[in-house]
Design a protein around this ligand. Structure first.
Ligand code: ZN
Ligand code: ZN
Length: 133
């Protein structure tokens, strides 16, 4: 039997969708905050880049009245969670990953989440210029 993953220690932060039906808490330090401009994601989000911030998946708790978001498999190895009432894109998780990626702008406290990289920079629109942390 595989032991249950040990939740990380460290500070808690919260996040929520626009209507607050789906809210969450994550623990520990942010992992690899980065922007992504892949064609898949820019279409889903409607934005030229998405800010992703990783946290230890074992420290994630869904805390709102709606429980978990509605999950969509948008890629063969990836699921994304959206609020079923307001549609906010909240999280993304790869099948075999120990890290949950939350959308940076769903976080209540964005300290320490300045992006350190930009995936698919070459796919980004040329008019978007970004100074990375
Ligand atoms: Zn909502
Ligand atoms: Zn992407």
């Amino acid at each position: 039997m595989t032991p249950a993953p040990v939740p990380p220690s460290g500070p808690a932060r919260t996040g929520h969708c626009q209507c607050r039906r789906v809210t969450y808490r994550v623990l520990g330090d942010p992992i690899d905050p980065h922007l992504c401009s892949c064609p898949h994601e820019t279409r889903i989000s409607g934005a030229p880049a998405v800010l992703w911030v990783g946290f230890d998946r074992a420290g994630l708790t869904w805390t709102g009245p709606g429980g978990e978001p509605t999950w969509y498999a948008t890629w063969p190895t990836l699921r994304r969670g959206f609020c079923p009432r307001c549609g906010t894109h909240l999280v993304s998780v790869a099948d075999d990953s120990d890290t949950i990626m939350v959308t940076g702008f769903s976080l209540t406290d964005r300290s320490g989440t300045d992006p350190v990289g930009h995936s698919y920079r070459q796919e980004a629109v040329p008019w978007m210029t970004i100074a990375l942390a």
